[in-house]
Design a protein around this ligand. Structure first.
Ligand SMILES: [Cu+2]
Length: 176
């Protein structure tokens, strides 16, 4: 009796473990705010800064402190449709930088990881993207690696306004 109970427990755990392992192997999931055009080799990503008051409004699509990463295939064109909806009216910016930069308190002349991968006046505490304004950032993710989506406004990335940005060599796309 005890042996059969143990056996059924083991089988129950084994059965539960299989679907979890399969789910984990499926890779990043595609959210509604990412569109992929495989033929055109283009990914369009809608990012809202200050979606809500998460991290005092200093978030991208509610994500902060790298809790999630966007994944795009290497060689794809990436269009970021960026909007600042900060509930308290703070300016924000966006760009793809190096992971090592997320601890920088300020940026004087930020250089994005890919040419063009940064919004206008990104490091300017007055003239970055205003609350209520939108901007489109377009670039080619031509080198695989681990990067970060960074708000370059002084103090913002250091206070958590960043998320991961992975350029995948295996064609993966989505959010992980
Ligand atoms: Cu910001």
């Amino acid at each position: 009796m005890i042996r059969s109970t143990l056996r059924s427990l083991v089988l129950t755990f084994a059965a539960a473990a299989v679907p979890m392992a399969l789910a984990g192997s499926q890779g990043p999931e595609l959210p509604e705010w990412m569109k992929v055009d495989e033929a055109a080799k283009k990914v369009t990503i809608t990012i809202v800064a200050g979606t809500d008051m998460t991290n005092n409004g200093w978030n991208y699509n509610t994500v902060f402190k790298g809790a999630k990463s966007i994944v795009v295939p290497v060689g794809f064109e990436v269009e970021i449709d960026f909007r600042n909806s900060d509930p308290t009216g703070v300016v924000h910016s966006i760009g793809v930088g190096q992971m090592s930069e997320v601890t920088s308190p300020l940026f004087t002349d930020p250089t994005p990881a890919f040419p063009g991968a940064i919004s206008d006046n990104a490091a300017d505490p007055v003239n970055a993207t205003a609350a209520g304004a939108s901007e489109t950032v377009t670039f080619v993710a031509d080198t695989a690696g681990e990067y970060a989506l960074i708000c370059y406004v002084p103090g913002h990335t250091l206070t958590g306004m960043w998320m991961g940005f992975r350029v995948a060599a295996d064609g993966s796309v989505g959010v992980e």
